[in-house]
Design a protein around this ligand. Structure first.
Ligand code: AMP
Length: 347
């Protein structure tokens, strides 16, 4: 059988790593990006630059692929839905639209008895006052926020200030006294068929992921429950491909889902070196209908994100045999921008 050509929307580091994984299983990729210098340009078989709303570009993209996936979740639903009419889009566009909004995402989780932080929809200042019980809390835009972008910490009502742009919609989320953060990366191939990685322990700095490691130092109860919830989420969504669930653990050992990423995830980068099949290869296998391979850990590992200027030091470093340096080849170094990562395996 001829292998399908896979279209990937988004040309960042996730698109690059998906393209690399696709090569390993003989799948050709076409990356569509709205950035002419997108890193994935260096890794994909074909690169198309254009705006996502440009129908000519979308037609060119759709005509050059057999199916489509995406590396970031903030793609307008109407675009994914339109593409899905001619070429299958996986994960399904409806899933993406449910998850890209923090309110519908949290409502979905709670409807399925999965615990999240307490939250409320906020459209104006008065609604914050009506929800004072959620303070200290974080005000987050319902859409388009990531890595702490579009977020305000409110310790009390005094912190409501003029900077908050109320033309946008927010959720107010109760602040959790965090003990730890973990994530579960899971890849679903079909009904009750999935590969699931063990919990990954994550440390954030300035709301950006800085460090990940396996094994996560968490109780057996947390390990079991986090995996159970991740399986429940992918089954409920009838999801195909790799998905990541991010969790909070508070000082009293309570587990909460923070958010879901309907895609491969930064905390799963270490799986490239720690496992026989990475989160990227599993995603490619699942969406392209290839064989599911028993995914096993070979090494314990940790990953350090190289943010902003960190990259210049690493570009000139020599590495040990158990260290794997990834440079995303981004044209411009910017503060708070993920520029690369280093994975260290325990041999
Ligand atoms: P998010 O963009 O929602 O994933 O938030 C980024 C990071 O901010 C999380 O990984 C946490 O470290 C921190 N954070 C977000 N929401 C909360 C919360 N409700 N309580 C405590 N810390 C939070």
């Amino acid at each position: 059988m001829n292998q399908p050509v896979l279209g990937i929307i988004g040309g960042g580091q996730l698109g690059s790593m998906l393209s690399e994984a696709a090569k390993k299983v003989d799948i050709k990729t076409v990356v569509l990006s709205d950035d002419p210098d997108a890193p994935a340009k260096n890794f994909t078989n074909k690169f198309i630059y254009g705006k996502y709303h440009d129908t000519k570009i979308i037609t060119e993209f759709v005509n050059s692929v057999d199916l489509v996936t995406y590396e970031f979740e903030n793609i307008p639903f109407d675009i994914l839905n339109e593409i899905n009419k001619s070429k299958s889009v996986l994960p399904k566009p409806e899933i993406n639209s449910l998850i890209q909004n923090r309110l519908t995402e949290k409502d979905f989780l709670n409807k399925n008895n999965i615990i999240t932080t307490k939250y409320a929809l906020i459209k104006n200042k008065d609604e914050i006052k009506d929800n004072e019980n959620l303070l200290p809390g974080l005000l987050k835009t319902t859409t388009l926020g990531y890595d702490g972008k579009g977020q305000y910490k409110l310790n009390s009502l005094i912190d409501i200030n003029e900077d908050i742009d109320f033309t946008k919609e927010y959720i107010l989320e109760k602040f959790i006294n965090l003990k730890k953060e973990i994530s579960i990366v899971i890849c679903r191939f079909g009904n009750q068929k999935y590969e699931i990685y063990e919990p990954i322990e994550n440390v954030h700095e300035d709301q950006i992921l800085k460090h990940s490691k396996i094994p996560a130092e968490v109780s057996e109860t947390i390990k079991v429950k986090s995996k159970e919830w991740a399986k429940q989420i992918v089954e409920e969504l009838d999801y195909i491909g790799t998905l990541c669930v991010e969790f909070f653990i508070d000082k009293n050992e309570n587990l909460y889902v923070n958010e879901i990423a309907p895609r491969v995830h930064n905390s799963g980068h270490l799986t490239i070196n720690s496992h026989n099949v990475s989160q990227f290869e599993n995603h490619i296998r699942a969406v392209c209908g290839l064989e599911k391979i028993d995914t096993k850990k070979i090494y314990n590992a940790q990953m350090i994100n190289l943010i902003g200027d960190d990259i210049t030091i690493y570009r000139n470093k020599t590495f040990k045999e158990n260290e794997f340096f990834y440079d995303y080849l981004k044209k411009q170094i910017k503060a708070k921008r993920k520029m690369g990562h280093l994975t260290i395996i325990e041999k």
